[in-house]
Design a protein around this ligand. Sequence first.
Ligand code: NI
Length: 334
Amino acid sequence: MDASPMKIYVDGHPVATKYFMEKNSFMVPALFFKYAGIAVDFSNENKFLTLRRNPITLVFQLGRNYAECYVQGIDQPKCDELDFIPEASSDGVFIPLNYVAEQFGMNIWKSAHSSRTYLVTHLSLFSRPGIIYRGNTRNKKVALTFDDGPDGFYTPKILDILREEGVPATFFVVGEQVRNFPDMLKRIVREGHALGNHSWNHPSFPQLETAKVVQEVNSTEEEIFSLTGHLTGIVRPPYGSYTLADRYHLASLGFHVIMWSIDTVDWKGIEAEEILSIVDREISPGAIILMHCVNEKPKFLNGTVKALPTMIRQLRLQGYQFVTVPKMIIERGG
Ligand code: NI
């Protein structure tokens, strides 16, 4: 089976996925449905592929040509015979777009005009958990954030500068790094900075089953708690990538999802001057600035370290106050 790339517009937003045709049916990877707010899980033990969004649970079994659809509060599942057999592939298990949409009360619409395929979830826009890109735009405050640490090379240099300047920041840490550099994590907390959760080993959430996303953030939160006695309550998904299902599950675990308003792209190894000009051009009240603090490639963040003292002084001259992300959220009113 050869899958081709395609875009499906989920409630108007394009989602890149793959498909192949099987008996006039569009077959798409099961994980695609996370973009429609559906939890997707696979059990290796009994080969069940489960799609769940209350009150519906749809279960496929690998190698079997039927699906069971459970509705909460109704004992007997509806059992449908399928005209295909779900199998594992390198892109996951492919299942029929139209059939799944129908079970969850969603609509598929193909525009003859633009030849686009639309999926309409009928989920309220207002019940979707918020994503935070910035703080209150009426306050001249700014949050510096550093991702992917802690490490033993850049994190101490950044902490030295922050201490020298008397500025609090927020570190979105990776569980694996926390395990390798526990003392650096403790130093971050001791020096008055805030922590955020950036997953255990930096996978892309849209490519993970729901239970694995939950495990990524919970294991990191536990590691942080065991070392510091603090829970972060804020998560930044690796690469800033997430699906609607990830949003629902992170919110149900009590997390605020934090993005950024200014991307310094410092991870590309750019010069301090470039970083400073990006911040200077894009700064506005309530800004959240994205930077990094891990020695992944030697010298890659030299620009960040060099830019930081100047950035802090320039922002101060413009009247900005530095706050942590949790403080920014409180002042934002939620
Ligand atoms: Ni990251």
